[in-house]
Structure formats: C-alpha cells, structure tokens
Design a protein around this ligand. Structure first.
Ligand SMILES: Cc1cc2nc3c(=O)[nH]c(=O)nc-3n(C[C@H](O)[C@H](O)[C@H](O)COP(=O)(O)O)c2cc1C
Length: 400
C-alpha cells in the first residue's frame, strides 16, 4: 500500500516533470524564434517614416516610397542608384525565386510596382519624372549574380499636381484573409480600374461572375496544386519563408506567418509550433486557395501584356497593378495577387513541358494575342491585413 502510493506519487512527479520539460521546450523554442518577447519594430519602420522630413525634397523620398511597393514573395529585388538628376532602378537578380520565377518576370513586375510608387512620390517632393525602361527580353538575362538595370527615372525640378493615390502608399497591404462575398465589389471602383492610365501594350481583365470568372478560379486552384507537387518550386519558395521575428529582424524581407491570412486562433498556435517544412506549409496554402481565396473572391482579374517576357512591358504591368491596389486600398477594398497560373506557365516553359497553363488562361481571355502575366482577387476583407517587413532606404540605395 505504502509502496503503491509511493510509486504513484513518483509517477505523478515524473509526469509533472515531463509536462514541465515539454512546456519548457515549447517556451524555449518559441523564445528562440522570438515569438515571446519583442522581435523589434525595425523591419516595419519604413511604413512609418516613408515621408521622413529628412528625405523630403530629395531623391531618397522617392526611394522611401518605392520600397513600400508590392513585390513577389517580399523579396524586395531592388537596388536604387541615385545620381545627378536620375535614379537607376536595378534588378537585384540574386534575390530571385529560382524555379518559381525562372525568367525574373515577377521580379520585374515588382520593380514596376516600385517605379509607380516613385512616380507618385515625385510631385509631392518637387520633381517631374520621366521613366526610361531598359529594352529587350527577360529571356536574355542570363546570370543571377550581377545587378541588371531595369529602368532609369530622370528627375527635373517642377511644381506638378499631386496624384491622390500618393496618400494611399503606406496604407496598401496584400490581404490574404477571407473576403465577404456577400458585399460584392463596387462597380464604380471597377470603372476606376479600367480607366487607370497604362501602357498600350498592357490589358486589364476584370470578372465578377460568369464563365470566365469560374474558369479563372478553377485555374488558380489547379495551378496551386501543381506547384505544391513540384518539389523544386516549393523549396525555392520556402527559402523566403521567415521562421519567426528574430529571423525577420535579420532579413527584413520574405514572408511571415502574420501576413498569411490565418485566423487569430490558428496564427497563435502556428507561432508556437515548430516551423512547418515546405510540403506542409505549401499544402496549407493550397487548402487556403481552394477553400478561401478563390471561393470568397468577389472579383477575379488578370493583367496581360503583348509579350509577358518583354522587359518594359513587365514593368508596365507592375505599374498598373500598383495603381489598382492603391486605388482599392483607398476605397477600403482588399486585394491579393494569386499568380499561380502564370508561375506554372513559366515553369512548363522552363521544363519544356506541354503548355497546359497557357491554354487554360487563353480559355479565360479568349484572345491569344494577349498574354496574361498577373492574376489577382479583390473584395471586402473580414480582417485587416498585417503589414510586411521592409529593408531600409539606406540598405537598398547606392549613391553614384
Ligand atoms: C509579381 C507579383 C506576384 C505576386 N504573387 C503573389 C501570389 O501569388 N500570392 C500572394 O499571396 N501574394 C503575391 N504577391 C504579393 C506579395 O507577396 C506581396 O506584395 C509582398 O509579400 C509584400 O507585401 P505587401 O504587398 O503587403 O506590401 C505578388 C506580388 C507581385 C508584385
């Protein structure tokens, strides 16, 4: 009897000990990743100091707006070389997505987004600006180690009117949460999108329903499943997933859990658990795409170019996307690129595989003269988006 009770007490103590050790392990792990405690606000400061008086009226004010642009996987693939009356925008090709973006097409679309923010910031800082894109084909950019000139902004002093989209720059965020389908998408905003100034080699498609909407939604889902089944693609994507605030404080780029569009409860659990391997994190993404992103999209859209691998056209596509996203944000609408079908077009081309993704998107537009290069959804989100990290102006600027 005494012995039994002794043993049980010991078992209880051992059990409690194991629980404590396990709990300590989770806390240690969480602490190591910086989940507990303050990872620091530094990676998010560029959103607050984007119109810092110290930069006002100088080319650095344009760079500060540029770094807040939409860009693939938050790779921030840019270098800004500031010279006399000019800013060269260079593609930092080392910050590539590998098989996820084998022709640096998305990288250049992201650079176009940065250019649009910079153009919007020119007038408020006393500049007139002209944009000179580098000519040629993305298919001819070989290496991934040297910066490649994408465009030059030529600046001159001027008193020009300020575009109202300028004020929306620090409020624009990619929103991966569910959208409220019942609230639809306002028609007047669609008209604003359609009227947005853009290059004549770029075309916008907007769908709120009907066969094209259904086909595009199905294409986004099937392309996501194909990406998840492609080991190289998800490993290349996974390299840009940051494992907690401490890693983010070091890198100030890439994707993090807070911006993944998880519910608050799931986010809290995900932050404490060990980081998921690429298969599982991308499996979760495919499930979100199938169950949430596509079914709650009040709007699905495409941006197409005459030639999706033309360098200047890729920038022009980014400029239009940035304007659309800023206009939506200013009107209280959420937006979210879902570019998986075009990522699969690139991948099939790289592998020399049958161009199935190309055929699926051609079925959406019904016009092979236009090559879709960017897909997105829009609507009223059920939750605000978290803001994503940015490297500082100083880190990404070279003075020529
Ligand atoms: C060319 C391009 C492709 C993108 N593709 C996707 C995508 O397929 N899925 C997604 O969730 N976000 C996508 N994004 C959004 C970026 O991940 C996002 O802009 C980046 O993480 C920075 O976050 P922010 O937009 O909130 O500033 C894309 C952005 C660009 C410019």
């Amino acid at each position: 009897m005494t012995k039994t009770s002794f043993t049980r007490r010991h078992l209880l103590e051992i059990g409690t000990g194991i629980t404590l050790v396990a709990a300590a392990g989770v806390i240690w792990r969480a602490n190591e990743r910086g989940v507990i405690g303050d990872g620091g606000n530094e990676p998010y400061l560029p959103w607050e100091i984007w119109n810092d008086p110290a930069h006002r009226g100088t080319p650095l004010a344009l760079v500060a707006a540029g770094v807040l642009a939409s860009n693939p996987h938050n790779t921030q693939p840019w270098i800004f070389r500031v010279g006399d009356g000019r800013i060269d925008i260079l593609a930092d090709t080392s910050r590539n997505l590998g098989t996820f973006d084998p022709y640096l097409r998305e990288m250049h679309v992201g650079l176009g987004c940065a250019i649009e923010n910079m153009v919007l910031a020119a007038a408020p800082n006393g500049y007139a600006v002209t944009v000179a894109p580098a000519a040629g084909s993305l298919l001819d950019i070989g290496g991934r180690n040297e910066p490649v000139l994408a465009a030059t902004l030529h600046l001159s002093r001027a008193d020009a009117p300020v575009d109202p989209l300028y004020d929306a720059i620090p409020k624009r965020h990619t929103n991966r949460n569910p959208y409220d389908l019942a609230r639809g998408f306002p028609g007047d905003l669609l008209q604003d999108f359609a009227a947005a100034p853009h290059d004549e080699d770029v075309k916008l498609y907007l769908f709120r329903g009907g066969a094209a909407y259904e086909t595009l939604g199905a294409t986004i889902i099937s392309a996501t499943d194909e990406i998840v089944a492609d080991h190289a693609m998800i490993e290349d994507s996974h390299r840009w997933f940051r494992d907690g605030p401490q890693e983010m404080a070091r890198e100030r780029s890439g994707l993090e859990l807070d911006t993944a569009g998880l519910s608050p409860a799931l986010l809290a659990v995900a932050k404490i658990l060990p980081a998921l391997p690429a298969e599982q994190s991308h499996g979760t993404w495919a499930k979100q795409t199938r169950d949430t992103h596509v079914p709650t999209a009040a709007l699905l859209g495409l941006i197409a170019a005459r030639d999706r691998y033309d360098r200047a056209q890729a920038l022009a596509v980014g400029r239009l996307w940035q304007r659309i996203h800023l206009a939506a944000g200013a009107a209280g609408l959420a937006m979210h690129p879902l570019n998986q079908p075009v990522e699969m077009i690139d991948r099939e081309r790289q592998l020399g595989a049958e161009p199935k993704a190309e055929a699926r998107l051609a079925a959406v537009t019904g016009d092979e003269a236009w090559q879709p290069t960017f897909a997105f959804r829009g609507g009223y989100a059920i939750r605000d988006a978290a803001i994503s990290a940015r490297r500082s102006v100083e880190t990404v600027t070279e003075i020529a």
